[in-house]
Each structure stands twice: as C-alpha cells, then as structure tokens.
Design a protein around this ligand. Sequence first.
Ligand code: UGA
Length: 440
Amino acid sequence: MSVAITMIGTGYVGLVTGACFAEMGHDVICVDRDEAKVELLRRNVMPIYEPGLAELVSANVAAGQLRFSTDVSASVKGRDAVFLAVGTPSETGSGRADLRFVFKAAFDVAMEVDKPTVIVTKSTVPVGTNRKLANLMATDLQPRHRVSVASNPEFMREGAAISDFMEPDRIVFGSDDASAIEVLERIYKPLTDKGAKALVTGLETAELIKYAANAFLAVKVTFINEIADLCEKVGADVEVLATGVGLDARIGKAFLKAGPGWGGSCFPKDTKALIATAQDFGSQVRTVESAVSANDARKRAMAGRIASLCGGNLAGKKLAIFGLTFKGGTDDMRESPSLDIVPLLQALGARVHGHDPSNPRSLSTDLPDLIHHVDPLEAVDGAEALVILTDWPEFRSYEMSAVAKRMAQPILIDTRNMYDGAAVLAAGFKRYYPIGRAPV
Ligand code: UGA
C-alpha cells in the first residue's frame, strides 16, 4: 500500500532514498530549500554522480510517483511520514556533528503538519538526538497534531547506493512509538516481503548502530592497511593474506582491501563524531581513536612512499595520478587521500597531472595546482611515474602499453593493487609497486 512520504533534503541520502521509495510504489515529494537545485532536478539533472539515479528519478517523475519542491509548508501537509535527510557537517575542531539543520527542519515540519505524522531521521545523528527531538516536541514545541519521532539510519555506499538501498543487509527501525514503527513497516514492506531483515530497536540503539557499523568498517580497513605494511617488511602478500583471513566466517572477506587510507563523507565524519560522543558520556573508543590517527598518518605517509619509489628527489619531475576521488564510482572528493597526497608531492617539487573518470567538479578548488586531463594518455605524457590512488574499475581496461609508451619513466605505483604485476611488465613498464606485496 502506498505511503505519502516527504523527504527534506535532496543531498546524497535524501535523493537516493526518495527515488527508491517512489520506485517501491510510494508517493514521494523531495524538498530542498535550494531553488536552483530543485529546478535542475525537475529537468532531470542530478546534483550528484550515482550510477542509475537519473534513470530512476526520471522514470518515477514520469509515473507521477516523485515530485520536487522548495516549499516545506505545503509539502508536509497530508503526509504519513516526513524524512529528514539534511546535512550534519563536522564542527571544526570538536569533530561533533553540527545539528542545526536537523533541528531546524524538524521544528519547521512539526509546526506545519496538518495531521498526525511521523518524523523519521535519516541523517546520521549522534546518540540522544532523536530523544531530544521527541522531548522538545512534547514539552517546548507542542505541535497541533501528534508528531512521533523515529530513527531509520541509512547504510548505502556511494556508487552502489541504489542496489544497497533496494537489497539491504538489514533495515533499522528505531522508535519507542508503536505507530511510528507501524508506518515504517508499511514503507519498507516491499523490501521485507522480499526477505530484507528489519530490526526494531529503541532510539539510542538505532542511532548508535549507524556509528558502530561505520566505525567498525573503518577499523577493519585500517587494520588491513597496517597488516599490508607488515607484509611488505616480512615478504608476505596482503591479497592472499586477506583471502586467508577473510574466509573465516567470523571475520568475512569484505573491507579487507588494502589501500592508501580511507576517506569519504562518512567514515571520517562518523568516526570523529563517535569519539566525541563517547567522551561526552565519559567513555572512550580507543580502537576507533587509533584507527583515525593511523589513517591520517597513512594518507600523509603515502606521499613519502611515492617520493622514495621515484628515487627520492621530486623537484621539477612530472607525476601522473589516476583516480582522485575517495574511491571508484563516485565524483566525491571529500576527505579523499588525494587531498593529502597531492599537495605533499607538490611541496616536494613535483608537477602533478591527474586523470579521474568522473572529472570531479570540485577539483579546481580542492586541488587548484593539479592539472586535470580527461584523456589518460595526456595525463601520463612525459611522466616519471604513474600513481593509482582510486580503484576505478575502468583503469583495468586502459591500454597499458600505450600508457607506458607515453611516459618518461614507465613506473607504476599502485596503491589499490588493481593490476597483475607480470601483465604490467609485459605492457612495457619497468617497475610495478603494489601495496603489501612484493614489487616486480
Ligand atoms: C560508507 C559505508 O560503507 C556505508 O555502509 C554507509 O552507509 C556510508 O558510509 C554512509 O555512512 O553514508 P561510503 O563512504 O560510500 O560508504 O564508502 P565505502 O565504500 O565504505 O568506502 C569508504 C572508504 O574506505 C573509501 O575511501 C574506500 O576506498 C576505503 N576502503 C573500503 C578501502 O580502502 N578498503 C576496503 O576494503 C573498503
């Protein structure tokens, strides 16, 4: 049965969630205060890069299941559920999530609804936020119509967001209010009917599940990265090791891919917020604290590693980088390892040329001194080394013999272990340096 849903915020989570709810048969309005963005969305121009999203949005707009609006007041009337998917940026210095947008949106919604409505927090918010919201509704705000509060954290990955949403490992419904849970169960019925597991929890548990899951994954990646360093020292192979360790069902093989360090809009923000929350409650998450500092150090150390593999002196040398975003399949530069590594290489005197299949739009402000090339061959022309920083699958289909031919020194430094060393040498490279395994 169709549920009337309004989504406040058309950022990553809001837009994908809204489009997926529409696809599941619900009647969805996506609201954003940014008029220019809403205008573009109405013309099916996506503000983010996510495979399959434009098609999903246009099909559901055409089917009358999905609309866009800038008007909160009109868009929350007559709805069953209003989801909050507004930003929660990290406060500079403290690492705490800035909740101004969440509270403002919740208050605006509560004062404008014209029937009992569930406010569902999709944004990642610190433990205690939803309880605070529920209490404020009951005491200070006292909206004219009953507003219940629920937490429904999101677990989708950029680049795989639609399939992660439609085929979730689990769905978390956090609320103390039976009517809110009932609405959430109706919304997700198309997925639970197909076997998705739904977990009903209290507000605090739902909020903490999100942080704990992201922090655990970040710790897992940090761990394999440190083991990769050890592999290099002792002559072991991290790829084979990850298979050997990951086949233990208690560990699992996912997120054991060594690399240049994790980034993105979620792991850095959520790990810092979890550390801050623990401190607020007189507790400590030392594993997460050390993962954050090990990861920060790793991203910086990558520049030194690249310099020493290039013979130590980078002054005046041209370096080429393939992959600038925080991972393949996205144009998102937030907290990308390249943001630490490229400026350090430039400080050592290198002229850095880059190529990223997504041609990230924030590149000119994020890495102003990097010269970006849409054509990978132009990026490597005359370069002393090629460095792979992001795991874009397309890199594997590039003609590596043509790449090697254009370089001054055909050296490949692969921080994502994307290639087979023997094939790289056969393509004309002189040296291949992977991560956590022997160079060839
Ligand atoms: C992450 C979580 O995976 C999602 O479940 C969660 O919903 C999302 O955050 C969020 O909170 O919104 P995302 O940030 O899109 O998703 O990216 P991931 O695919 O998790 O990758 C995070 C970072 O870890 C990237 O820099 C990636 O390159 C790195 N990584 C990941 C590795 O270096 N090795 C791995 O094995 C896996």
